[in-house]
Design a binder for this molecule. Structure first.
Ligand code: GLU
Length: 415
């Protein structure tokens, strides 16, 4: 597969919307670059006594609408350009949702699947120490992303708190509820994604119940999308993880597949299912395809062969520009990442607000508030796309980039 630099993709997306909205060239220029990018070395004494040094990043793309917000990814493919793209996408995502945040992202180039729990803990704590000079509840607030989880957020919150000498729950979101995490945060990305899917299907007189669903990726977003889609009465016929995919046109049960993954480390080999590759999985006929893994999955190569009725991007940046154009021509709607997967950061915002005010909402309250943000965000995008005759991504970008540009203009350029 052709490697696409995600930062190049992010810049192309920005160019496209800039042209469409006649963005001021100075503001366009400002928005191309991150405000700040920190590169850190993270020495870790591994279990065998060897000292290994990892490279980590924290990139703050923009803070015009508020402190920057975005997850931390532990993955072998992490590069500075990856993190720069992901940080820019967070700026648009937070603006698209109307959250009082700018965008940031962090990452460490490592493979946590091959590390012990204690090595991951040391890596997380030392990384948190190294980026402590740029994060904080009123500056930049990390959260989970690919291969990071609530426990890792707990270690980071603890590390930051130990440095400043008092508990600072609002420095990180996606924490376990025992230390100030929000109820419903673990499910939020998938729940938000399915809210937008439900609304998109409703617009064409369909519903999730009885639909066939294919999911690429079985991390937080993918596996919980499986669970929630099944609860809604959909039939999930294929799922995958980094080792490969499985297909059963009768439907795959969430409890069965997740237990198998827990036991063996992969969905592959699940009894009664046919094996298939990730590439084959994307081309299956289905009512709904949820790419919930990494960037650059739907490209000009495979977009002409996709047979999904609707695509909801639970992953960040899974579709290239060229693929987006092909899908638009083929009338396959794509709910873009900055809308489809924004449920995570929306509930992160609730968690942060709860930490700052010291008062907590129930899971039902959280889910209702999430619904009340996701649905109008989707509807505004859908209506604008209809009025302008454009794809949902461009419409979402128009709404988001206009908001950021307005903030840049009001705040002005210092000094
Ligand atoms: N990593 C998630 C994302 O890409 C969540 C970020 C957050 O909650 O701050 O949106």
């Amino acid at each position: 597969m052709k490697e696409v630099n995600p930062y190049v993709l992010a810049l192309k997306q920005l160019d496209r919307v800039a042209k469409k909205i006649n963005l001021d060239p100075g503001i366009h220029e400002k928005l191309k670059y991150p405000k700040r990018a920190l590169i850190v070395s993270i020495p870790v004494v591994m279990d065998d006594g060897r000292l290994e040094v990892f490279t980590g990043y924290r990139v703050q793309h923009n803070v015009d609408r508020g402190p920057s917000k975005g997850g931390i990814r532990f993955h072998p493919d992490v590069t500075l350009d990856h993190v720069k793209a992901l940080a820019m996408w967070m700026t648009w995502k937070c603006a698209a949702m109307g959250l009082p945040y700018g965008g940031a992202k962090g990452g460490v180039t490592c493979d946590p699947r091959k590390m012990s729990r204690s090595e991951v803990e040391k890596l997380s704590r030392r990384y948190a120490t190294e980026i402590a000079i740029v994060i904080g509840p009123d500056r930049d607030i990390p959260a989970p992303d690919v291969y990071t989880n609530p426990q890792i957020m707990g270690w980071m919150m603890d590390t930051y708190s130990m440095h400043v000498g008092h508990a600072v729950p609002g420095v990180v979101t996606g924490k376990p509820v025992e230390i100030g995490g929000a109820y419903g945060r673990v499910e939020a990305t998938a729940r938000g994604c399915l809210f937008t899917v439900g609304e998109a299907l409703k617009c064409s007189g369909k519903e999730l119940k009885g639909s066939t669903v294919v999911i690429q990726g079985y991390g937080n977003a993918g596996s919980i999308s499986h669970r929630l889609a099944e609860e809604e009465g959909a039939r999930v016929i294929a799922v995958s993880d980094s080792k490969g995919g499985i297909l059963n046109s009768e439907g795959l049960s969430f409890s069965g597949v997740s237990a198998h993954k827990k036991e063996t480390g992969s969905v592959v080999g699940f009894p009664g299912a046919h094996p298939l590759t990730n590439a084959e999985l994307l081309e299956l006929e289905c009512d709904l395809l949820i790419p919930a893994a990494l960037e650059n999955q739907i490209t000009a190569d495979n977009a002409p062969r996709l047979k999904a009725g609707l695509i909801a991007e639970a992953a960040n940046g899974p579709t290239t520009e060229e693929a987006g154009e092909i899908l638009f021509k083929r009338k396959i709607p794509v709910i873009p990442d900055i809308i489809a997967n924004a449920g995570g950061v929306v509930v992160s915002c609730f968690e942060w607000a709860q930490n700052l005010m010291g008062y907590f909402w129930t899971e039902d309250e959280v889910n209702k508030k999430l619904h009340d943000i996701m649905i109008p965000a989707f509807r505004n995008t859908y209506e604008l796309a209809g009025q302008e005759g454009i794809d949902l991504r461009l419409a979402a970008y128009m709404l988001a980039v206009e908001r950021v540009a307005a903030a840049v203009k009001i705040r002005g350029v210092y000094p």
